[in-house]
Design a protein. Structure first.
Length: 391
């Protein structure tokens, strides 16, 4: 049931709260910028840290009044649900192990949730969160931000229209180099929690970036992974999670794929790449050059499709803000997810269905990601045996 006083969203910004994302937190700042780009949200409250003192300092940095800065996310959920001008939605930008308990407190009070990926740190929590999201009147949006890139929507539309024919091969990779050395041992905050299985979950590179590659492959192709065989490695001595993964994929319908995720590949920054090949042609997209999509019809020269340029379709155009030749990228892709979320929130608040063209990752998409990590760990422990995703 919708919260009283929350059905007046039309004509005003969506009141947004945030859990996590305090001082020195990279992803929290990204979410705040993304939420502001199209003017749909106003940050009005938050519990920004695990300690009340740090949360208060972070909230004051952002110009929030003390009575809307909380030392505890449960206190925040309870009070904001009672306020007539309380938050309509909350952004969860904590380490992975806190996603489920935080989302639970807001969903059960009818407050929409926009959560960073992966969905949770464990598969049981992911399954519980999916059930909770399905039973709640509030929406749950997962910020797999790369699904918001215009040329990713272009590729998805082209595949759905049959332009590359029946898909045979899917190649996804996401290499980085920032964890080539043991930064967690040097006290780097971002490295410390991402390499701590109690906070990140059982997967290292598989959970942090491999889930992005898998999500993108499934989002663009419309295919679902049925089974995989994974070879996980931990190259940095003393590290407790994988920092490199090679994964073979079997998709429903017969397509085959490979996925590589690595955080110990020098020379790679955020080199997310997707290639899809059908019996009539192929597509290739690189995140570090996101405004271009290469399309090769079988037996013809390669064609370059540019964002908002000649040959671009409606799906990519919906996600674009500026004319061709003016680059859009990471922040704008994130903002597109927030804008899709805003359209959905406004629709359900008005008692209307979410428009068909509004697309965003859901809790179920997040469950697939967590199940992917679980399957990778199980497969690698069994000497790269083929295993099914436990969904």
């Amino acid at each position: 049931m919708a919260i009283e006083g929350r059905n007046d969203i039309a004509g005003r910004p969506i009141r947004l709260g945030m859990v996590g994302g305090g001082r020195d937190a990279f992803i929290g700042a990204v979410h705040r910028i993304a939420s502001r780009i199209d003017g749909h949200y106003q940050l009005v409250a938050g519990a920004f840290s695990s300690t009340a003192e740090k949360s208060k300092a972070s909230g004051r940095d952002l110009g929030l009044p003390d009575d809307r800065i909380y030392g505890d996310f449960t206190e925040m959920a309870k009070r904001e649900a009672r306020l007539k001008t309380g938050i309509d939605a909350v952004a969860i930008v904590t380490p992975n192990h806190m996603h489920y308990p935080v989302a639970r407190e807001f969903l059960k009070r009818g407050i929409h949730v926009i959560c960073d990926k992966p969905l949770t740190s464990t598969l049981p929590d992911a399954k519980r969160l999916v059930k909770l999201a399905e039973s709640s009147d509030a929406l749950f949006i997962l910020t797999h931000n790369y699904t918001g890139y215009p040329m990713i929507r272009q590729a998805r539309e082209m595949i759905a229209n049959g332009e590359i024919g029946r898909i045979r091969l899917v190649q996804a990779e996401y290499p980085q180099d920032w964890l080539t050395e043991p930064l967690e041992a040097a006290g780097m905050k971002q490295a410390a929690w991402r390499t701590d299985p109690a906070r990140s979950g059982a997967g290292g590179s598989t959970g942090d970036i491999g889930t992005h590659a898998l999500n993108l492959a499934q989002f663009v192709t419309g295919l679902q992974v049925e089974a995989l065989a994974a070879d996980l490695d931990t190259f940095v001595e003393g590290r407790r999670v994988d920092d490199n993964a090679h994964v073979l994929l079997r998709f429903a319908g017969g397509a085959k794929g490979m996925l590589w995720s690595s955080q110990v590949a020098p020379g790679n920054e955020n080199a997310l790449k997707l290639r899809v090949y059908g019996d009539k042609g192929g597509l290739e997209w690189r995140q570090e050059d996101p405004n271009y999509l290469w399309f090769t019809p079988l037996g013809e020269p390669k064609r370059l499709i540019t964002r908002n340029g000649a040959g671009a379709g409606e799906a990519g155009g919906r996600m674009s803000r500026v004319p061709p030749g003016h680059p859009e990228g990471y922040l704008e892709g994130f903002a597109n997810i927030y804008t899709e979320a805003a359209a959905a929130i406004r629709a359900v608040s008005a008692g209307e269905p979410v428009p068909d063209d509004v697309v965003y990752p859901t809790a179920h998409d997040g469950l697939i990601g967590v199940a992917f990590v679980d399957a990778c760990v199980r497969s690698s422990q069994r000497n790269t045996a083929w295993v099914k995703l436990a969904i």
